[in-house]
Design a protein around this ligand. Structure first.
Ligand SMILES: [Fe+2]
Ligand SMILES: [Fe+2]
Length: 189
């Protein structure tokens, strides 16, 4: 990519023209290898790496579900029932993220890793057992910021290598940003 920036415009135009032709060999190959399901030759060589990234995010989402559920039940009866309810709303949204990620892993021909024995070591975010509301909010804000940063990095890494996965991650990122925003409001209030 950086090399292309140094080419003269004429060369760039010729290259672009070449690139705008459908590769018939790719279409022929797509008619075969039916076991690969949605994955065709144009997918490129990064399938395993993308499945690994997705599985680490799946672990993160599952740890977030568990942390938010623990916080929901522990916060019930504390000063703010509204925040306790919101912890459950977040838990359900993280669970929906986990489902979307697992589904995408299967579409890519991989296996979603739900193994509880390695969940924490694969997760980017931490579990937490605090008992006071303010610490819970703070810990969740940290976890959401870790999620936001991770999804930003994944989206940049995946780029044009897998647009379907990238769009899914962009959706999830928007939710995590909303979560972080809400938690930071509560921390200030
Ligand atoms: Fe999430
Ligand atoms: Fe979140």
């Amino acid at each position: 990519m950086t090399q292309q920036a140094n080419f003269k415009p004429v060369v760039q135009a010729a290259q672009a023209k070449d690139e705008l032709v459908i590769n018939e060999a790719g279409l022929q190959a797509a008619r075969k290898s039916l076991d690969d399901g949605a994955v065709t030759p144009a997918y490129g060589p990064h399938r395993e790496a993308i499945i690994k990234l997705l599985n680490d995010s799946l672990a993160t989402e599952l740890v977030c579900v568990l942390r938010y559920k623990r916080h929901h039940f522990m916060a019930t009866g504390l000063a703010s029932p509204k925040i306790a309810e919101e912890f459950m709303v977040h838990a359900n949204e993280e669970s929906a993220h986990a489902d979307r990620i697992a589904q995408r892993i299967v579409q890519l021909g991989g296996e979603p890793d739900f193994s509880p024995s390695t969940l924490l070591e694969r997760s980017h975010a931490d579990y937490d057992e605090s008992n006071d509301l303010k610490t819970m909010v703070r810990v969740n804000l940290i976890a959401e910021r870790v999620a936001v940063e991770t999804y930003h990095q994944m989206i940049a890494l995946i780029g044009d290598k897998d647009t379907t996965t990238r769009r899914m991650l962009e959706d999830i990122l928007a939710d995590e940003e909303e979560h972080a925003d809400e938690l930071s409001d509560w921390l200030e209030s």
